[in-house]
Design a protein around this ligand. Structure first.
Ligand SMILES: [Fe+2]
Length: 280
């Protein structure tokens, strides 16, 4: 029987002929890190099996509405690390997609409210989308979503209609956009599944810093998946999924007489997109 190092080399050789070079790089790096993990920790059979049982339970917790694997990636900071690795220079910083994104939100007119009056304190969010050379981007798309004042997304709350607090907006000729929503609140990430068990075992809380999600995209530019965080929130320094970036924190200022009369708060949030990567 080969020793541990020889075994790792033997396994790596077995995958060295993977035709796709990127897949070869990913699989062999994964093997090296998994083997090193087992060696470093002295992983027992019981622990190895418990790990497999845990991942199986994560899979069984997933359905059409719930993505426990995304949640696991989030609480381990892997999602945030992937965001760091892929951040484009000079562009708005990305942060976690999270488990509550739903494609297919309705397109709405500029300024429209994405929710209902009872969903929370009316808030106007507006700004411009530009490129890294400050050029305005007309026709950029902002796919936004968030929870209601009860801390629940539409997918978690039978009282909310489908696609409540979700919408897609386009920028005008000057790159400007605006929409109405409600001031987001902190919400606990779900802890009734295996990810919750992990957080309890680690003694971690499960609260997210309050935020509005946005995916901003435009032809010829790299899309960015990001958040607008509320500067007054208490969880900015201990976000359960490590998603906060200082550059994404915005003031929700109380509306003044010069602002639209139907909103209580106003947020100015600009987005910057990097040019699309050239095709290789
Ligand atoms: Fe969220």
């Amino acid at each position: 029987m080969p020793d541990a190092t020889e075994l790792t080399e033997e396994v790596l050789r077995a995958y060295a002929g993977t035709p796709d070079p990127r897949l070869r790089e990913l699989v062999t790096a994964l093997i090296r890190h998994l083997h090193a993990f087992a060696a470093e920790t002295g992983l027992t059979h019981e622990e190895w099996l418990a790990g497999l049982d845990f991942l199986t339970a994560v899979g069984h917790t997933c359905d059409d509405q719930r993505q426990e694997f995304v949640l696991l990636s989030d609480v381990l900071g892997l999602s945030a690390q992937v965001d760091h690795v892929n951040a484009a220079a000079g562009a708005t910083e990305p942060t976690v997609l999270g488990p509550f994104y739903r494609p297919g939100a309705p397109r709405r007119e500029a300024g429209a409210h994405i929710g209902r009056p009872g969903d929370g304190a009316a808030t106007l969010i507006r700004g411009r989308v530009t490129g890294t050379s400050a050029e305005p981007i007309a026709g950029a798309s902002l796919d936004v979503w968030q929870c209601a004042a009860n801390g629940l997304y539409d997918t978690q709350d039978p009282e909310q209609p489908a696609f409540n607090l979700r919408g897609i907006f386009s920028t005008g000729a000057d790159g400007g956009y605006e929409f109405r929503t409600v001031r987001p609140v902190s919400y606990p990430i779900p802890v009734d599944g295996p990810v919750g068990a992990l957080l309890r075992a680690a003694g971690r809380h499960n609260w997210r810093a309050s935020h509005v999600h946005a995916i901003v995209s435009a032809p010829g530019y790299q899309a960015v998946t990001t958040h607008i965080f509320d500067a007054a929130n208490e969880y900015l320094r201990s976000d359960a999924v490590f998603g906060v970036r200082d550059s994404l924190v915005q003031e929700f200022r109380p509306a003044s007489p010069g602002d639209p009369a139907d909103v209580s708060f106003v947020v100015d949030a600009d987005f910057v997109l990097a040019p699309a990567m050239p095709r290789t």
